[in-house]
Design a protein around this ligand. Structure first.
Ligand SMILES: Cc1cc2nc3c(=O)[nH]c(=O)nc-3n(C[C@H](O)[C@H](O)[C@H](O)COP(=O)(O)OP(=O)(O)OC[C@H]3O[C@@H](n4cnc5c(N)ncnc54)[C@H](O)[C@@H]3O)c2cc1C
Length: 383
């Protein structure tokens, strides 16, 4: 095992457990489940029993106290096996982010207890009219005594149907605009335990089909005021700060896809014989492999760099955007080249690179599309 992330001893142990688990439970099953869209719930349950969903839980809340660099390294490995699996697990980091940043100890304890008991979360920001422009959300939260009443429709929510806790963003003061009008809430229950909350359309996707994505609907959902995260009006800031961190994990998931595509292509090129020699003996193929490796390594280094800055409490917003953007573009490029090296076989469902190419596309779209990342990077540079 190459320890490129300088993982702690504990993380190296978990790395081996992940490898063992994923070889047995994920590698083949994910290919089969991909055809059915999202049928890896039993795998997620088994992975959660081993604590793979709880890598970011701090020691003071009962976790094993891994560093962010450790959990990023482990996420790359999970995503190497299946990006849908990696995203399902890493969406926990996205969902927990607002509570970690702005929640009080009681809220943190409730959330971490759920995670330590095998639960995963869902981050509910996007709406049909509020995609890249997250500020355009129309969901409302109205104070009623000791509660808030939430109404609205969220869409494209990762883990929507399977989450054990939800972080929801809704307008408490629409007249103040998104910057001061949005508020975040923690719902520490499964969807069928909350009156008025339900799952709408479950999406049928091009890629990462083993990650479940759905609408989450709120019809007069009562949430105690004690579950408001931070103050009224802080929601948008919490969402944006969370997305900064999530861009690193999103980037490293894409790196996992790149590395898998590269590994598959190398193996295939060494074994496929045409014109009396292995593909690997052609310089054109060697150059392709070299380019794929360069893009993968560059994306990984950017993810590591952004993680380091985050761990040192230094500004990392641009660097996280660069990591996510470069890694997303790299995954699209590297997987396409892998399909090219496989030739016609690469185009077929029963070869792994076809799925990798489909899985890669979303990394240019979600958690801030790559156009939005370029806006973030460009604006920061021109400040
Ligand atoms: C599989 C999947 C999982 C997701 N998971 C979650 C989740 O867990 N929680 C959640 O809240 N959301 C989630 N999302 C939502 C995701 O973050 C949004 O889809 C994304 O932000 C883009 O929004 P949109 O799809 O509405 O595209 P639009 O905003 O309609 O954008 C369409 C295109 O226009 C470009 N564009 C938009 N504005 C500009 C601009 N100003 N300048 C240049 N180009 C621009 C975009 O980059 C994109 O290419 C998920 C989406 C998907 C598909």
């Amino acid at each position: 095992m190459a320890n490129e992330f300088n993982m702690s001893e504990k993380a190296q142990e978990i790395y081996k457990q992940i490898e063992e688990f994923c070889e047995k439970e994920v590698k083949q099953q994910a290919m089969e489940a991909d055809a059915k869209e999202g049928d890896i719930l039993d795998i997620i349950e088994k992975a959660s029993k081993l604590g793979f969903n709880a890598l970011d839980v701090p020691k003071e809340f009962g976790g094993i106290g891994l560093s962010k660099m450790d959990s990023v390294a482990l996420l790359e490995k999970m995503s190497w096996y299946d990006a849908g699996f990696g995203i399902t697990i890493s969406a926990n980091g996205l969902a927990s982010g607002p509570v970690v940043i702005g929640g009080n100890d009681e809220q943190k304890k409730k959330m971490y207890d759920i995670i330590l008991n095998g639960g995963i979360g869902a981050f509910c920001l996007t709406e049909r009219n509020a995609g890249c422009d997250a500020s355009a959300g129309e969901s409302r939260a109205v104070r009623d005594g000791d509660d808030y009443i939430i109404n609205g429709k969220k869409c494209f929510i990762t883990n929507g149907p399977i989450a054990s806790y939800y972080v929801v963003f809704a307008m408490t003061a629409p007249e103040k605009g998104a910057g001061k009008g949005y508020t975040a809430f923690l719902i520490d229950k499964k969807v069928d335990e909350v009156e008025g909350m339900s799952i709408g359309l479950v999406e049928d996707k091009m890629g990462i089909r083993n990650s479940q994505v759905s609408e989450v609907l709120f019809d007069n959902v009562r949430v105690p005021a004690s579950m408001r995260i931070g103050e009224e009006g802080q929601g948008f800031k919490l969402a944006m700060m969370t997305l900064d961190i999530a861009r690193i994990t999103c980037g490293i998931t894409a790196v996992g896809i790149c590395q898998r595509a590269l590994d598959e292509a190398v193996e295939y090129a060494k074994n496929r014989v045409q014109f009396g020699t292995a593909l690997a003996n052609n310089e054109v193929i060697q150059f392709k492999i070299a380019d794929m490796q360069m893009h993968t390594a560059a994306a990984r280094e950017l993810c590591k760099h952004a993680t380091e800055l985050y761990m040192k409490h230094l500004p990392f917003s641009s660097e996280a955007a660069m990591a996510k953007c470069v890694a997303g573009d790299a995954a699209a490029y590297v997987t396409s080249e892998a399909v090219q090296i496989f030739g016609g076989y690469g185009f077929m469902h029963n070869y792994p690179v076809e799925k990798l190419m489909r899985d890669s596309k979303i990394f240019q779209i979600f958690e801030g599309s790559n156009e939005i990342q370029r806006l973030v990077i460009g604006r920061n540079a021109l400040r």
